[in-house]
Design a protein around this ligand. Structure first.
Ligand code: AMP
Ligand code: MG
Length: 487
């Protein structure tokens, strides 16, 4: 275990120089205080969880203090936002404080979001509000607990600093962690500003630090792009299988490591709805739930364009062609598991599609359906679940197919079936209304709810006695929350 002043820094991105980032100091928050910290994220830095309660913790992550070895930098990048190219974005309100490596030798970027203005703030104030900081914290840690790759969150620090959005709110900072904060948009920036030398430096940096195994391949950059395609296909398959809607899949929000990154108006589905749009400002539904799959490919094409100086167009196209089949294979594999199946049959895709159609038409709760399906034998579970469907005859027809499919799958005990299914079907997910309850309490100074919710979501597959209310479908008010981009 380490004390806070014992972190070891190795600021590899800062060393790339001023073409890549600008030195900026954090702007402190008034009266910084701990809202919530993640023990699991603390462990990644070998920190004793108890240090989160010390005043120096809130001072460090509220922008008042800095380690001598930290080199806070605002990174420059660009990106395609809602399909259109924005030539310059960058860390407008976040700073890469530095890179820390832990005792296991892993590097973690410490990125402080809401740290004040930078040269990339454009019209913004450089701040983040408590509400959005809590949402990012909860989502990062909840996704990780579900087994979905994501940036992590160490803590949220609240304050008295007034921040103006639609109304006056309070400023906060969230300390985000990831092995790298490089985005697709970094590559686009150097490509479109025609800076081949810097672009080559960036590509070497990413290859050496984050895709070292590709070095051994005959064409290392192509191998790296292929790996990025594959990892994206896997990531988005997980989003779709677990009902996660990112909301702002702009290329500047796509991590080069292919982890869930840059949380805005995200949502987990309550009722299954393929057309769900979680971002209130996304009028055309570009980033609707089902569009995440083709948008994943669109974003990879944008990255491919930026990599044309290094890789032939034909090779890039071929690699892009891997995305959809890989996505489909990954998705089907996950859905088979969610249905409790251990073998593969040709018609499984149809079985999944039919079920989702029935769920869509009846507004069935996406998470609870799968959890309940594993509670009992297939035959008993479907008789209990049929009441949730308006089209009962349709559901009965599906249930017959499912029961027969389970029969063919294997001869296992209900105990094994439940264990296997509950290990992949969460009971607790970050429903918007749960986040909202925690935020409302935190805004009035009570942080117990956000801490409890974080705790519950850190073990999403385990039934937790006394926490039944966190596994409920949303009340009516909670189904229609409008989450805007303003954060
Ligand atoms: P986002 O929609 O959060 O991914 O942000 C898009 C761009 O706007 C990024 O360059 C952000 O750094 C910047 N940005 C968002 N909010 C603010 C803010 N309040 N102040 C300064 N820059 C911001
Ligand atoms: Mg962003």
């Amino acid at each position: 275990m380490k004390a806070l002043d014992e972190l070891t820094f190795d600021n590899r991105f800062a060393r790339l120089g001023d073409a890549f980032s600008t030195h900026v100091l954090p702007e402190p928050l008034d009266a910084p205080r701990l809202v919530v910290a993640s023990d699991a994220a603390m462990a990644l830095l070998d920190l004793d969880p108890a240090v989160a309660e010390t005043p120096v913790f809130a001072e460090l992550f509220g922008g008042h203090k800095l380690w001598a070895e930290a080199e806070p930098r605002a990174m420059v990048y660009s990106g395609h936002q809602f399909g259109g190219y924005t030539p310059q974005l960058g860390d407008g309100r976040g700073l890469l404080l530095g890179e820390v490596y832990n005792e296991a030798g892993e590097h973690w970027d410490l990125h402080l979001k809401g740290a004040g203005m930078t040269p990339y703030s454009r019209m913004g104030d450089g701040r983040a509000v408590l509400r959005s900081s809590i949402r990012e914290f909860l989502a990062s840690e909840a996704l990780h607990a579900l087994g979905i790759p994501s940036s992590r969150a160490l803590c949220v620090i609240g304050s008295d600093t007034p921040v103006w959005r639609e109304k006056q709110e309070r400023g906060a900072m969230v300390l985000r962690m990831a092995p790298s904060h490089i985005r697709f948009g970094h590559f686009e920036y150097f490509y479109y500003t025609k800076k081949p030398e810097q672009q080559a430096i960036l590509a070497e940096h990413v290859l050496n630090l984050h895709y070292p195994e590709c070095r051994e391949q005959p064409e290392p950059y192509l191998a790296m792009f292929r790996e990025i395609v594959e990892r994206n296909a896997e990531l988005i398959a997980k989003w779709q299988a677990y009902g996660f809607c990112h909301g702002v899949m702009n290329t500047d929000n796509m991590s080069i490591l292919c982890i869930t990154f840059d949380f805005g108006p995200f949502a987990f589905l309550d009722d299954f709805d393929a057309h769900f749009i979680c971002n209130h400002s996304d009028h055309e539904g570009r980033y609707s739930f089902s569009n995440q799959v083709p948008i994943g490919q669109w974003n990879l094409s944008a990255l491919a364009q930026a990599l044309t100086p290094f890789i032939s167009v034909d090779a890039l196209k071929e690699a892009l062609g891997l995305y959809l089949p890989l996505y489909q294979a990954n998705y089907l594999d996950l859905m088979r598991r969610r249905l409790g199946l251990t073998t593969a049959e040709d018609d499984d895709q149809k079985l999944v599609e039919q079920l989702l159609k029935l769920m869509q038409n009846s507004g069935v709760d996406y998470t609870l359906f799968f959890r309940r399906l594993g509670d009992e034998s297939a035959a008993l579970a479907v008789t209990k679940l049929r009441d949730d469907f308006v089209d009962m005859a349709g559901f009965d027809a599906w249930a017959e197919l499912y029961k027969a499919r389970v029969e063919r799958d294997g001869d296992y005990s209900q105990e094994h079936r439940r264990e296997r299914m509950h290990a992949v079907n969460p009971l607790y997910i970050l429903r918007n209304y749960l986040a909202q309850n925690a935020i409302t309490a935190a805004e009035s100074g009570d942080y117990s709810e956000v801490r409890r919710l974080h705790e519950v979501l850190s073990k999403p597959f385990e039934e937790q006695p006394g926490m039944e209310q966190y596994a409920q479908r949303p009340p009516d008010w909670g189904k229609h929350l409008e989450i805007s981009c303003s954060s």
